[in-house]
Design a protein around this ligand. Sequence first.
Ligand code: ADP
Length: 271
Amino acid sequence: MAAAEKTADKNMGGARAPFYAPVSDECDIFEAAERHGLPLLLKGPTGCGKTRFVSHMAVRLGRPLYTVACHDDLSAADLVGRYLLKGGETVWVDGPLTRAVREGAICYLDEVVEARKDVTVVLHPLTDDRRILPLDKTGEEIEAAPGFMLVASYNPGYQNILKTLKPSTRQRFLSIDFDFPTHDREIEIVTRESGLDVSRTTSLVRLANKLRGLKGQDLEEGVSTRLVIYCATLIEDGMSVDRAIRAAMIEPLSDDEDVKRGLMDLVTAIY
Ligand code: ADP
């Protein structure tokens, strides 16, 4: 449970929604899903705004949010809860999913395919019209409180057959396909997040799009909006453009010296 609890972050309403620039009609779809208690799957590459979107929508809708960053050791018990020894007594402690189900909160499972396979077993009865969470260990069967919503994300780009969602799971969710923001939208986001001026941000976004064009040839993943923001932040902080690009937009993409040299040549050609 420790790992899931550490990353479970509960966010109560009342705060100002974190900045999120919509790319399409994703806010409308989220609102409709929340209204009807339907589960939602966010598909897309890493660093393209999925987590920010969920945080934004939770605050905007005034809903508490439990976020769990899934990893390959995360089990159903980490989500649901387990018996723990406390002061000589064995007590049941709810996991983040169970708390969200009881309280009628939003539960966001980030990178759900990373989790162990037994996780899908607890998700299935929650993602159909039963909306129940059976707790085998306690014998309880919890009906999701009104307002409970399950949101999950995954990156279909990773070509790992063992780490894709099975159709029987995927078909239980409404889905939104995320991609990197459009050129102008990304300039707006990077400028706002880093504080760097528009003209220098524009050049970085242009470079990012060129690098994304190489995905599939030399690169497994295109450069994320997150990395472009890191790069702009370093430049705004006074680092030379060359060093910032190398640290934030080249090194994170590849470990292959030839590939990195090729990428730097592209940078030189653009700047
Ligand atoms: P993901 O969950 O898809 O891996 P994040 O939500 O963590 O990605 O996005 C990484 C960073 O990119 C965010 O912290 C935010 O600064 C920025 N970002 C990406 N897309 C947007 C957007 N549409 N609006 C605002 N910020 C964005």
